[in-house]
Structure formats: structure tokens, C-alpha cells
Design a binder for this molecule. Structure first.
Ligand SMILES: NC(=O)c1ccc[n+]([C@@H]2O[C@H](COP(=O)([O-])OP(=O)(O)OC[C@H]3O[C@@H](n4cnc5c(N)ncnc54)[C@H](OP(=O)(O)O)[C@@H]3O)[C@@H](O)[C@H]2O)c1
Length: 302
């Protein structure tokens, strides 16, 4: 059991940050998670003051420009948050002489997605989108701090915020009422990862004083988005969020006309993390079941 720590968290209102706040607080840690107006990653003076005041035992940067398609037309906005933001943060840590570990959340979008095998941490990066490119730059700026762990994750879902699971459930509830079928792409391969698993992993890495560097976190098994959607509908019925099943049809990514290119095969190899922590890769279906058991149907219809 780790003793009580002060965790400095940016992005505490986000999908992942909300879960980190909840779980870390429940574990007895003090979480200093200012909102983005009070401490804006783009404002060096705000960051410096916050770092000096907080004196955290661990820093977590879960704040980012995450609107993947918008970023294609808003390079300046994505750069300000995902590139300049991490640079501002590591400068603030340096000026405050903080050597506490910094955890930076990153993504499979740093990879091209055409290798045909899960990516290890040593694999060559080649982002295909502005989001992926800015997150990769953010990794490099974060790693300037001498005690940084970059944790790459993919297909994040959880109880808070907007995500694929809620979108599928909303669509399924509507089609169950009105008739019709969901259509989901089946030509992108990866792994969903629950915010609960990511949060637990961060806390385990802190407790283990893990070596700085890049780590991949993935849940199992690897799937395509269509297979994930089918599981969501199945578990939605079990959880009582859906009265009956709906058809889930396949479609190609090209049918979506998205601005940003996604990795066709963004599978991450998490062997290094498993060896470091002495754990097996978790099952995303467990996180899905837990999330759905906590979800109120009214939230989906709101
Ligand atoms: N979502 C995914 O599928 C996915 C996949 C791989 C990696 N990741 C990475 O995981 C991390 C968490 O993602 P998420 O899904 O939780 O993101 P999210 O829900 O979009 O949350 C983003 C957070 O960033 C904060 N933020 C925005 N502008 C800010 C600013 N100028 N200064 C400080 N904070 C600011 C937001 O605060 P406000 O609410 O106040 O704006 C919010 O708390 C990110 O680094 C993301 O790149 C996500």
C-alpha cells in the first residue's frame, strides 16, 4: 500500500482525468486538479505558480487537444495544447526544481498503423494525423524532464465524458425503439482501454517507482471497432441499459469521410509494462461491464 501522496493532475475534468481524481482520492491520495481556466497549459506563468504551490509527489498530464478531426483544420490550436503545453509544463518543473515523476498520456496515433504486428516502444513512429504528430511532439517535450513516463494508450472509454461506448449505446437504444441498425467500421484494429485500467496502471507505476521512459498499455483481446460495438450491445443488454438487441452491421472507414487518418492497425504491445509491474494484460470486457453497471440510462438519453 502506497502512503498518501500529493498528485498534481492536469486534465482532471476530462474522460480519463475524472477517473484518476475519483480513484486516487478514494485510495487516500490528495489530488490537486485545477480547472483549465485556473491553470491553462498554454500559460507558463500559471503552470509555474501551480507547480511551486502544489509540490506534488507525482505529476500527471492528462490534458490534451483530443478532437482528432478538428485538429486537421486547427493546427495552431492543437499545437498550443499538445506541443507547447508539455514544453511549458517541463519548463515549470525545471524552474521549481521538481524531480517528482511526470506521467504523460499518449496514443497509438503516433504510429502509422501499417506494420501488421503490435507496436513495441522501440518501433518507429510516423503519425498520419495532426493530432498524432502533436502528441508525439508532446512526448518529446515531456521526456525532457528527467523522470518522465510516457504511457501510450488507445481507444479510451469510461464512465465520464464522451466516448464510443456511450455513442453505441445511444444509437442502439434509438434503433431498438425506432427500428434500424448500427453501422460500425471493421477495418481498424486495436484495443479498447478503460479509464479504470489506465488509472490503476498509473497508480501502480507510481507505487513501483518505475523507470522513466515510454510504456505501452493495452487491454485484451485485440479487436476491430465492429467487434467492440457488438460486445457493447451484448453487455448493454446484460446491464439493463438495452431492452433488446439491435443489428450491428459493418462498414469501411472510408464511409465515414473523416478528416484525420487513423491507424489501420494501432495494436500496442504491452509486454514491457507487464514485465515491469508483474501483471497480465487486463481484459477490456471487465472494464466495460463495470462501466455499464455504473451508468444511468438517463445519462444516455440526456
Ligand atoms: N480519448 C481517447 O480515446 C484517447 C486515446 C489515446 C490517448 N488519449 C490521451 O489520453 C489523455 C486523456 O484523454 P481524454 O479522453 O480524457 O481527454 P478529454 O476528455 O478530451 O479531456 C481533455 C482535458 O484537457 C483539458 N484541457 C483542455 N484545454 C486545456 C488547457 N488549455 N489547459 C489545461 N487543460 C486543458 C480539458 O479541460 P476542460 O474540460 O476545462 O477544457 C479536459 O480536462 C490525453 O492526453 C489524450 O491524448 C486519449
Amino acid at each position: 500500500m502506497t502512503s498518501s501522496l500529493t498528485v498534481g493532475l492536469l486534465g482532471g475534468s476530462g474522460q480519463l482525468g475524472s477517473e484518476i481524481r475519483r480513484t486516487a482520492t478514494a485510495a487516500g491520495h490528495r489530488v490537486a486538479a485545477p480547472d483549465s481556466k485556473t491553470v491553462d497549459l498554454r500559460r507558463p506563468e500559471q503552470l509555474t505558480q501551480w507547480v511551486l504551490e502544489t509540490k506534488a509527489d507525482a505529476w500527471i498530464n492528462a490534458a490534451a487537444y483530443t478532437a482528432v478531426d478538428d485538429a486537421e483544420d486547427d493546427v495552431a490550436g492543437a499545437t498550443a495544447l499538445n506541443v507547447d503545453g508539455p514544453r511549458n509544463l517541463t519548463s515549470a518543473l525545471a524552474s521549481a526544481n521538481s524531480t517528482a515523476p511526470l506521467f504523460y498520456l499518449s496514443t497509438d496515433y503516433v504510429f502509422p498503423g501499417d506494420s501488421g504486428a503490435p507496436y513495441t516502444e522501440a518501433a518507429t513512429t510516423l503519425p498520419r494525423s495532426i493530432y498524432g504528430a502533436t502528441k508525439l511532439q508532446g512526448e518529446k517535450h515531456s521526456l525532457v524532464h528527467p523522470n518522465t513516463i510516457v504511457l501510450r494508450v488507445s481507444w479510451v472509454f469510461g464512465r465520464h465524458g464522451h466516448n464510443f461506448v456511450k455513442a453505441i449505446l445511444r444509437g442502439a437504444r434509438r434503433f431498438a425503439r425506432e427500428g434500424g441498425a448500427l453501422k460500425v467500421v471493421d477495418d481498424q484494429l486495436g484495443a479498447p482501454c478503460g479509464t479504470r485500467t489506465i488509472t490503476n496502471t498509473l497508480l501502480q507505476l507510481i507505487a513501483a517507482s518505475a523507470q522513466p521512459g515510454i510504456y505501452h498499455l493495452t487491454s485484451q483481446p485485440y479487436v476491430n471497432w465492429h467487434e467492440f460495438a457488438v460486445a457493447i450491445v451484448e453487455e448493454g443488454i446484460v446491464a439493463g441499459l438495452l431492452d433488446k438487441s439491435v443489428d450491428v452491421l459493418t462498414q469501411p472507414t472510408s464511409a465515414l469521410n473523416q478528416k484525420a487518418t487513423r491507424p489501420v492497425d494501432g495494436r500496442l504491445d504491452s509486454g514491457k509494462l507487464q514485465t515491469t509491474l508483474g501483471v497480465e494484460a487486463p481484459a477490456w470486457r471487465d472494464d466495460l461491464r463495470l462501466m455499464l453497471s455504473e451508468l444511468d440510462a438517463n445519462e444516455l438519453d440526456a
